[in-house]
Ligand binder design. Structure first.
Ligand code: PLP
Length: 843
């Protein structure tokens, strides 16, 4: 057994954060002072914390530049297959610490900033989150960029540079209030505008057919201006590019239009074009068929495909003939991954380019398109599936609609040849949905136009094959795959939980950061008292730190000895924050009923944003804050139970909350959460999971052993059986007295004394039309929570279970996920190969 190390010994041994050499530190200080002077134009007398942040950001960024240029040059020379990850969302969060971690600069920077008499954490807090995402889907894209760079793939993230990301959430009087996220106000040191690579994107117009083929004419043009952000790999000198497009009106915008009043109006109207990249739509798992959103989706697709084809044509080996490009090699040189259907117009756009502009035959173009594109499905919720009205497409993208119709015609001919006489099957599989409004089903378009279709956890991929996409699976089973999601251990362990990363590195070395399966070695330490103590101590430190932060920022006082029970994720009925609420009220009622009975103290924290137009989600937030108002001020409760709503949940808050959690709430109705990634972050950071057999929880239980999670409630089969039988909430209400009491309290205004009917809508939903069957899992959930509390009393056994979970979390590295995408979908080989650094000799 190993002797605990002193802090100093630990710092010497562990270089997870890089080693702080005296020369490096001196050089960093010099660079920092130079940037403060020349870039920020400030001196130490007038500089603010923000100035210091920018000076440090520029200093760190300088270390990226040579590696970035070298990497791109290396890709040009070697011409590997390029991977294009197309996404309407990249939820990146902050970049400063991530860059320091991946470049191994953290210790040197810490020391330099310390020697300059400044506070690193204060500077880091000045960085705005790049909140260009809603939740899991956008954060997945960000984790994938980190892993693609860390695995040496020649990959690019392509998306939109929204001027306003996900709104900032304020809580006023217990209600959510949205505030615009003006994240670029102080400038963004991580991006580089590339106006020289601006690309025209066309909208509207009409199609002319002639013997030469189709021509899209009389279009309106909007310019796509690229901004590049470096994506550093973990200590391998690779720096990839995330290219985000910003919309600009052309200089002659509306000026030559006869129907426009004049010059001033024309200049003012430039906003109409530039609104395309103004704001991220704040819906998570919900389709809102707005024209501006459709413009965004086509805008990113058109600009990106233009870029991809330009790069292919100018590549050294890919395409030699200067007169006429052969696209035969295109699918061997290019992979396009569609992050949900949001960029699905890439399929008809690639067809349009190949057929109308490059003059390939339809069949040739289709072969190239299908072999190039692959589609990831992220949800089975029907309200989330994109189904664009034909009328909208016809006006905005007339040629693309024609192409979609042609794809559909040929596809249905093929289906009918395979399943003769099955007219009902044709109707179900058509890309075109008939009805009061005629719509295009974009998931169907993606399946037909891709060579691979994947779900994001094993159970989800099975549901796709067996239910939502059953017909498509029967036609082309070879297309269907699973790629269980993952998270990057750089941000979600080394960056956010350095204490735990160190304690692990002391036992198993630090290679695990790039090879997370090595965490299995921690099983050798489940009986090691010094390790158990270290892990418990790190958790306690993280809890104290979060408690201090919440007291500072939200004026909340919490009991750091209590069990930190955390549910942070978007607010959605399917995620069942309401089930959590019912449990909290049950605990409250139990304390009130038997105030002298022993009680394991709990702090329940719930955080997440509600889509601004989602009424029920906003009511759920108001309910959580209202429960807190009653529970937190009841003297009989004391510090045994607290209910907190965590304001403005986002990447940078996740980094502080997750390392401090004891219990992770993953309680969606089985069959509704495609994967979840929050669940994985908690597991890696030493929280135990209470969850249903849904999404990736299933595989977490498989990796750790079901006995090491708190699994409860209906499985998918049980939910289906209950559906067949008919779910009746009243039955549970009548049968379970504690549930009845909670619902009666909500109904009578116990938690909203000044507005007794405030929560009637929630009660009515739960009792009469609850799609997610909250009551059906209530009893099992409450019983399971009792087991949680019982185990928590035994710190040692609790911590041993935590260690077994950390040891089992290796599978959930996004490095594993990306290696599987690379080998099984993209036909590219991932390597941990190190490109030589700028100051090293070339190979
Ligand atoms: C990981 C993450 C999510 C996804 O959480 P789920 O629990 O999987 O829904 C959402 N928001 C943020 C800020 C995240 O970091």
């Amino acid at each position: 057994m190993s002797r605990p190390l002193s802090d100093q010994e630990r710092r010497k041994q562990i270089s997870v954060r890089g080693l702080a050499g005296a020369e490096n530190v001196a050089e960093l200080k010099k660079s920092f002072n130079r940037h403060l002077h020349f870039t920020l134009v400030k001196d130490r007398n007038v500089a603010t914390a923000r100035d210091y942040y920018f000076a440090l950001a520029h200093t760190v960024r300088d270390h990226l530049v040579g590696r970035w240029l070298r990497t791109q040059q290396y890709y040009y020379e070697k011409d590997p297959k390029r991977i294009y990850y197309l996404s309407l969302e990249f939820y990146m969060g902050r970049s400063l610490q991530n860059t320091m971690v991946n470049l191994g600069l953290q210790s040197s920077c810490d020391e330099a900033i310390y020697q300059l008499g400044l506070d690193m954490e204060e500077l880091q807090e000045m960085e705005e989150d790049a909140g260009l995402g809603n939740g899991g889907l956008g954060r997945l894209a960000a984790c994938f960029l980190d892993s693609m760079a860390s695995l040496g793939l020649a990959a690019y993230g392509y998306g939109i540079r929204y001027e306003f990301g996900i709104f900032n959430q304020k809580i006023a009087g217990g209600w959510q209030v949205e505030e615009a996220d003006d994240w670029l106000r102080y400038g963004n040191p991580w991006e580089k505008a590339r106006p020289e690579y601006v690309i025209p994107v066309q909208f509207y117009g009409r199609v002319e057919h002639s013997p030469d083929g189709a021509k899209w004419v009389d279009t309106q043009v909007v310019l796509a201006l690229p901004y590049d952000t470096p994506v550093p790999g973990y200590r391998n000198n690779t720096v990839n590019t995330m290219r985000l497009w910003s919309a600009r009106a052309p200089n002659d915008f509306n000026l030559k239009d006869f129907n426009v009043g004049g010059y001033i109006q024309a200049v003012l109207d430039r906003n109409l074009a530039e609104n395309i990249s103004r704001v991220l739509y704040p819906n998570d798992n919900f389709f809102e068929g707005k024209e501006l959103r459709l413009k965004q989706e086509y805008f990113v697709v058109a600009a990106t495909l233009h870029d991809i084809i330009r790069r292919f044509k100018s590549s050294k080996f890919g395409c030699r003939d200067p007169v006429r490009t052969s696209f035969d090699a295109f699918p061997d040189k290019v992979a396009i991954q569609l992050n949900d259907t949001h960029p699905s117009l890439a399929i008809p756009e690639l067809m349009r380019i190949l057929v109308d502009e490059e003059k390939l035959s339809w069949d040739k173009a289709w072969d190239v398109t299908v072999r190039t594109c692959a589609y990831t499905n992220h949800t089975v919720l029907p309200e989330a599936l994109e189904r664009w009205p034909v009328q909208l497409l016809e006006a905005l993208l007339p040629r693309h609609l024609e192409i979609i119709y042609e794809i559909n015609q040929r596809f249905l001919d093929h289906v009918y040849a395979t399943f003769p006489g099955e007219h009902e099957r044709l109707r179900r599989m058509s890309l075109v949905e008939e009805g009061s409004v005629k719509r295009i089903n974009m998931a169907h378009l993606c399946i037909v136009g891709s060579h691979a279709v994947n779900g994001v956890a094993r159970i989800h991929s099975e549901i796709l094959k067996n239910t939502v996409f059953k017909d498509f699976y029967e036609l082309e089973p070879q297309k269907f795959q699973n790629k269980t999601n993952g998270i990057t251990p750089r941000r979600w362990l080394v960056l956010c939980n350095p204490g735990l990363a160190d304690v692990i590195a002391e036992r198993i070395g630090e290679e695990y950061v790039a090879d997370l399966d090595q965490l299995r070695q921690l099983l050798n330490f489940v009986d090691d008292d010094s390790f158990i103590r270290d892990v418990a101590k790190v958790k306690q430190e993280n809890k104290l730190k979060l408690a201090a932060l919440l007291e500072r920022e939200q004026g909340l006082r919490l009991n750091p000895g209590s069990l930190f029970d955390v549910q942070v994720k978007r607010i959605h009925e399917y995620k069942r924050q309401l089930l959590n609420c019912l449990h909290v009220i049950t605990l409250y009622n139990r304390i009130k009923k038997e105030p002298n009975k022993p009680f394991v103290p709990r702090t329940v924290m719930i955080g997440g944003k509600a889509a601004p137009g989602y009424h029920m989600a906003k009511m759920i937030i108001k309910l959580i804050t209202s429960i807190g108002d009653v529970v937190n001020h009841d003297p009989m409760v004391g510090d045994r139970l607290k209910v907190l709503f965590l304001e403005n949940y986002r990447v940078s808050l996740a980094e502080k909350v997750i390392p401090a959690a004891d219990l992770s709430e993953q309680i969606s109705t089985a069959g509704t959460e495609a994967s979840g990634t929050g669940n994985m972050k908690f597991m890696l950071n030493g929280a135990l999971t209470i969850g249903t057999m849904d999404g990736a929880n299933v595989e977490m239980a498989e990796e750790a052993g079901e006995e090491n999670l708190f699994i409860f409630g209906m499985r998918v089969e049980d939910v289906e059986a209950l559906d067949r039988k008919g779910y009746c909430a009243h039955d549970y209400y009548e049968r379970l007295p504690e549930l009845k009491q909670v619902i009666d309290q909500l109904n009578s205004g116990f938690f909203s004394p000044r507005q007794p009917d405030l929560f009637r809508g929630i009660v009515n939903m739960l009792m009469n039309h609850d799609r997610f069957k909250v009551f059906a899992d209530y009893e099992a959930y409450v019983k399971c929570q009792e087991k949680v509390s019982a185990l928590y009393k035994d710190t040692r056994e609790w911590t041993r279970m935590v260690i077994r979970n950390i040891a089992a979390s290796g599978k959930f590295s996004s490095d594993r996920t990306i290696a599987q995408y690379a080998r099984e979908i993209w036909g590219a080989e991932p390597t941990r190969h190190r490109i030589p650094a700028p100051d090293e000799p070339r190979e």
